[in-house]
Every structure is written in C-alpha cells, then in structure tokens.
Design a protein around this ligand. Sequence first.
Ligand SMILES: [Fe+2]
Length: 190
Amino acid sequence: MATAEYSVETLVNDMRAVVADTDDDKKIIQQVIPLAQRIAKESGWIQDTFYECDPDQGFGITVLHEEADYTLLVEAIAWLPGRGVAPHDHQTWGVVVGLDGDEVNVNWRREDDGTKVGYADLAVQNEVSVGPGEVIAFLPDDIHSVRNESEKTSLSLHIYGKTLAHIDRSEFDPDAKVQRPCPKRIRKQA
Ligand SMILES: [Fe+2]
C-alpha cells in the first residue's frame, strides 16, 4: 500500500501541534528532529530552484513557509562549493537536516560574559559534518558557522521557531573578537 508523501504542508501542521503542546525549546527540538528526518527521506517536494544561490551571498534561501504571526519558519538553503556563512546565532530554536551533499557546521563556544557591547570572544567547540538525513539543532544563543567544502552545491532544510528576518540576531568575527548585527539575508519565496 502506498503511503502519502510527507510534505512541507504536513510538516508545518505537525510543527504547529508541537509548539502548541510546549514552549520548552529543548522539548520542541526533540519533537521536531524526527519530523525533519522524515521529510528528508522524501524528495518529491524538492524543486530544482531550491539549488539557486546568490553568488555574492554564497548561498540561496528559499522560504517554504512562514507563519503569519512570525513564529514558524521553514526554508531550504543551498550552499555554493567553497562558500559558507560567518558565525551567527538565531535567537530562536532551530533544526537543520541535510538533504544533498555534506555541510560542515562549526559550533562555537563563547568565552566572554557578553557584557561588553560589540565584543565577543569565541572558541571552536566542535565541527560536525551534516549529510543527507543527518540533523543538527540549536538553542537561541547557540553560535554556528557553515561551510560547503565539497565541489558541488549542497542543500539542507532549516526549521526555526521564528522568522529570522524579523528578529535581531548577531554575527561574529572570531579573529577580530567582534559581535555585530547579523546582516539581512537575501531570501526568495518558493
Ligand atoms: Fe544558522
């Protein structure tokens, strides 16, 4: 018997049930991870346009769903070979699942107490390679950077508890020990 494909629409419905049930970020993440892994097993919802990247930005974001009240966000992000993004936080919970290719995620640990405006002392905590079906999750203050070290464009699905375009979050330069407002990303609608 054929089973119905798991789609972005069904994913969003399941996510709504999760966040209606609890506002504990860790519990939400635990419940969203299997949903992310489930949709990563399907490919019917993935379109060729998801692979289109902005050459200046180094990656391409396709928004698949934004809740009207700026809560849930689902987006596909493609990463050009050799490109990535500087360390940043999300100021909401996040779950990322690999779809195509491998992406190196660097998790950073903050060594200072955050009281000096514009200053941040970061150290590498660990590096994780995220491939198809593999998941990485973030709490609001977690800091990560991403690199595509492969020779082809990679693709991953990103799920957040808020629409990132509407919240103030930070980008970091670990060499200069600088914390600054995260640049607004270029996003396209599916
Ligand atoms: Fe991120």
